[in-house]
Design a protein around this ligand. Structure first.
Ligand SMILES: Nc1ncnc2c1ncn2[C@@H]1O[C@H](COP(=O)(O)OP(=O)(O)OP(=O)(O)O)[C@@H](O)[C@H]1O
Ligand SMILES: [Mg+2]
Length: 357
């Protein structure tokens, strides 16, 4: 499938004509070669994110969420073949020289990973790690950077920040470590924070607290956030817009309220399961969809969801275009679900204009 240049996502048709996006990903493609086989990890992904907004990218394991995010920061192994475009404030990130992208990493876009333990140096005190990150970005003196580090620890609501400053990662709980990792990500004052399954390893209560923190930072700092998650409930509660990925492509995109009230793509419906999202247990795991996600070394031609889709017909052997079928609502499907008469579609409730939080 090729995405037409004018088919790039936008929250509001007016914005398409005018204001520049913070991040505009167009027809991103990522291939690896593994054991002599070509792995098609990302196959024409397009989305747009405006400054200060939160976008959730959701999908099953292997759908290309992480590699597409890492590509923005030049964090893929050199074996990866990357094509397409990702413009941050108008500047092309794909193919940017390593020196330049390294300079921008953490300053324009910072990333928080799933496992806070692995993101921290176990042999260094918390304070020293944040101070080092601040100095790497700003070059200010050690004392001033130390003061700023304590401020950052307070900003991420680490309890007893001054005391924790002198502690090692193992002395902190998982939730506290994740706050420290976020503080480090904030050291370069990024305009975009990518949180890749940043709350998955945490218990439900801590997960909600960290999401609340991200929302607070988004609002206070005017920082945009991409949250990558398996958890539709989490996406619906916190993000303004949602991209659903399947086999390395976006298959549905809309505001959170719109999407969960008017699901169109059978894959998204399957993710939601029979139970309307807003009636599900918060943070329930994704329902299991029958069949397997496609092997990225052998993605079916046409609609990649076809072999698992109850609505599939012969027409689905042709790839459906990913386009804006209803205002602000994009999907790639020949047989989109309709809203049931007299009510909203599969997701139950939700407004048109974004988050339900
Ligand atoms: N370095 C690599 N070499 C070869 N294949 C890779 C490499 N990194 C990722 N892949 C493949 O790319 C595909 C997409 O991987 P990715 O990690 O982006 O999935 P994901 O959507 O983030 O999944 P999860 O939810 O499990 O984190 C997978 O099939 C994965 O095996
Ligand atoms: Mg991942």
């Amino acid at each position: 499938m090729t995405v037409e240049r004018d088919e790039v996502l936008t929250a509001d048709p007016a914005e398409r004509a005018g204001a520049a996006a913070l991040l505009e990903v167009r027809d991103l493609r990522i291939r690896f070669t593994r054991g002599g086989r070509r792995v098609h990890a990302v196959n024409g992904l397009s989305y747009r994110l405006d400054a200060g907004q939160m976008l959730a990218i959701i999908g099953e394991s292997g759908s290309g969420k992480s590699v597409s995010a890492r590509a923005l920061l030049g964090l893929l192994p050199s074996s990866a073949e990357v094509s397409g475009s990702a413009r941050f404030e108008g500047t092309e990130l794909i193919g940017m020289p390593e020196r330049e992208i390294r300079r921008r990493r953490g300053r324009d876009i910072a990333m928080v990973f799933q496992d806070p333990a692995r993101s921290l140096n176990p042999t260094m005190r918390i304070g020293a790690q944040i101070t080092e990150a601040i100095r790497a970005h700003s070059g200010i003196g050690r004392k001033e950077a130390g003061e700023r580090a304590v401020e950052l620890l307070k900003l991420v609501r680490l309890p007893a920040a001054e005391r924790r400053f002198h502690e090692y990662p193992h002395q902190l709980s998982g939730g506290m470590r994740q706050r420290v990792v976020i503080a480090i990500a904030l050291a370069g004052e990024p305009r975009l924070l990518i949180a890749d399954e940043a709350t998955t390893a945490l218990d439900v209560t801590t997960q909600a607290q960290i999401m609340q923190l991200l929302v607070e930072l988004q609002e206070r700092l005017g920082m945009a956030v991409v949250m990558i998650s398996h958890d539709l409930g989490l996406a619906a509660s916190y993000a303004q817009h949602v991209v659903v990925m399947y086999a390395g492509r976006a298959v549905e995109y809309a505001s959170a309220g719109r999407l969960f009230g008017h699901v169109r793509m059978p894959y998204t419906r399957a993710l939601l399961g029979a139970v309307p999202l807003l009636e599900r247990e918060p943070h329930a795991p994704l329902p299991v969809i029958s069949g397997q996600p496609p092997d990225p070394a052998a993605i079916p031609k046409g609609c990649a969801f076809r072999p698992r889709c109850a609505s599939a017909t012969g027409r689905c052997e042709q790839a459906p275009p990913f386009s804006e079928h209803e205002p602000g609502h994009w999907w790639a499907c020949w047989h989109p679900a309709e809203d049931p008469p007299g009510g909203s579609g599969g997701g139950g409730g939700g407004g048109e204009d974004g988050a339900t939080r």
